[in-house]
Design a protein around this ligand. Structure first.
Ligand SMILES: Nc1ncnc2c1ncn2[C@@H]1O[C@H](COP(=O)(O)OP(=O)(O)OP(=O)(O)O)[C@@H](O)[C@H]1O
Ligand SMILES: [Mg+2]
Length: 256
């Protein structure tokens, strides 16, 4: 990446092991803010594993070990001084399957701001909840039913609720692991529009199996294969004029 002013995350020589097995090999990547970066590649190539290293979600997996360097705004996120709870607020995550808490719509969004002490009063909290739901494109659909269970929403609405929940703690980066794979095409289009709107404020990293989706929503694409990052560049270049034979094979559907 030539422009360094919008550098958000940089990794150097990252290896990830599950026990003896190496899942990620020597991955170095620079991720920019105000961009959408897509991770693509065949099943089992390590996309989710690498994504999880970016906010230390791998810490929760027994036997998982990480080598190399991962910096957020120049700060090593694996240093002993790093507050992991704080880190995961700065680098939020949205999962494949929408996973609202078994609480009200309001409480799903208010939970993070409350534990991080972001609202002094009920009015402050109401404002954060409304702003987050608006930004996630869900406010108009739920404003009259904020006390209803989050789990009572449709799948697409639940996923937007999970995005609102991530936004509520003012993250800098949002990691999304196949956020649309459980959704129908209309709900998927809605999330894709939302990603496009959100990219002006956050660095967004999305794992997707859909090359059409990667081409639609991302500005940069990284292609992974067998634990290595084979190629990384402008999305348009990766899809029209890739440098590597393996990338070409994947995007033309020869494997995966
Ligand atoms: N918790 C775990 N324990 C042991 N091995 C794991 C664990 N999670 C993933 N792996 C292994 O690490 C490798 C990479 O898996 P990962 O889930 O990161 O791939 P992926 O690219 O996200 O695949 P998919 O597209 O199917 O989601 C695979 O060989 C997988 O079996
Ligand atoms: Mg995965």
């Amino acid at each position: 990446m030539s422009e360094n002013s919008n550098l958000k995350i940089s990794t150097r020589g990252v290896n990830v092991f599950y026990g003896e097995k190496q899942a990620i090999r020597d991955v170095s990547i620079d991720i920019a803010t105000e961009h959408v970066t897509a991770f693509i590649g065949p099943s089992g190539c390590g996309k989710s594993t690498f994504l999880r290293t970016l906010n230390r979600m791998n810490d929760t997996i027994a036997g998982c070990r990480i080598e190399g360097e991962i910096k957020l705004d120049g700060e090593d996120i694996y240093s002993s001084g790093m507050d992991v709870v704080q880190l995961r607020a700065r680098v939020g995550m949205v999962f494949q399957k929408p996973n609202p808490f078994p609480k009200s719509i309001y409480e799903n969004v208010a939970y993070g701001p409350r534990i991080h002490g972001l609202a002094a009063t009920k009015a402050d909290m109401d404002a954060i909840v409304e702003k987050s739901l608006r930004r996630a494109g869900l406010w108009d659909e739920v404003k009259d039913r904020l006390a209803d269970a989050g789990t009572a929403l449709s799948g697409g609405q639940q996923q937007r609720l999970c995005i609102a929940r991530a936004i509520a703690v003012s993250p800098e980066v949002i990691l999304m692991d196949e956020p649309c794979s459980a959704l129908d095409p209309i709900a998927t289009a809605r999330i894709e529009e939302l990603i496009d709107e959100l990219k002006g404020r956050y660095a967004i990293v999305i794992v997707t199996h859909s090359m059409q989706q990667a081409a639609r929503v991302s500005q940069r694409t990284a292609f992974f294969h067998l634990g290595s990052m084979v190629e990384y560049g402008e999305t348009s270049t990766i899809f029209t004029n890739p440098r590597e034979e393996r990338t070409k094979d994947y995007i033309t559907g020869r494997y995966g």
